[in-house]
Design a protein. Structure first.
Length: 191
């Protein structure tokens, strides 16, 4: 019975995450950029065609990060990225081991990537406004809310994982690895 309830929670979380994915990132990173560019190429920014390649790479990198991060909220956190249906568990696996806000990083990457690919300075400016909005939201709402909900677990996570710039190569163990190591050590210490 408990397994069925857990499965139902995951299914509802996946549905909620999919809906929120279409509404929020879909609007910010797909619809609005389309209104700026109609996805037509303008001359390359500053005359550098290589910026188009960089833009394409940013889009190619941002999309799987966004999808994986949304899935983790539903499957592991049993919730959604939407503030109205937050996760029940702190999500610290996958890319969350390296950066605390991979969804915001991915959305910004998608927007800036499109700006570079399509040669749109206006879209780059829009991306900056979106990123500043993310920054304010994280500092003023999201982090204080998570601190209250998850307490020391969130504090430890924040101390080990950077907010915006992923730390892939570090001498420090990723947060999820430290948590796994604790679980391996604790049973042995009780003997």
């Amino acid at each position: 019975m408990l397994a069925v309830l857990e499965l139902m929670k995951r299914a509802m979380a996946l549905l909620g995450s999919a809906i929120f994915l279409v509404i929020a990132p879909g609007t910010l990173a797909v619809y609005v950029p389309w209104t700026f560019t109609r996805w037509r190429m303008a001359p390359p920014l500053f005359g550098f065609s290589s910026l188009r390649i960089l833009g394409g790479l940013m889009i190619a990198a941002g999309l799987p990060v966004l999808l994986d991060s949304f899935a983790r909220f539903a499957i592991q956190g049993l919730g959604t990225p939407a503030p109205v249906a937050p996760p029940q568990r702190l999500v610290v696996t996958g890319l969350y081991r390296y950066v605390r806000n991979p969804i915001y990083v991915a959305v910004a990457s998608l927007i800036f990537g499109q700006g570079l690919l399509f040669g749109s300075m206006a879209l780059l400016e829009y991306g900056l406004v979106v990123w500043l909005g993310f920054f304010a939201f994280v500092l003023l709402y999201e982090e204080p809310t998570l601190r209250v909900k998850f307490g020391m677990e969130h504090e430890d996570y924040c101390a080990r994982v950077p907010r915006w710039i992923p730390r892939f190569w570090s001498k420090r163990k990723p947060f999820a690895q430290i948590d796994a190591d604790k679980r391996k050590i604790e049973p042995q210490a009780k003997r």
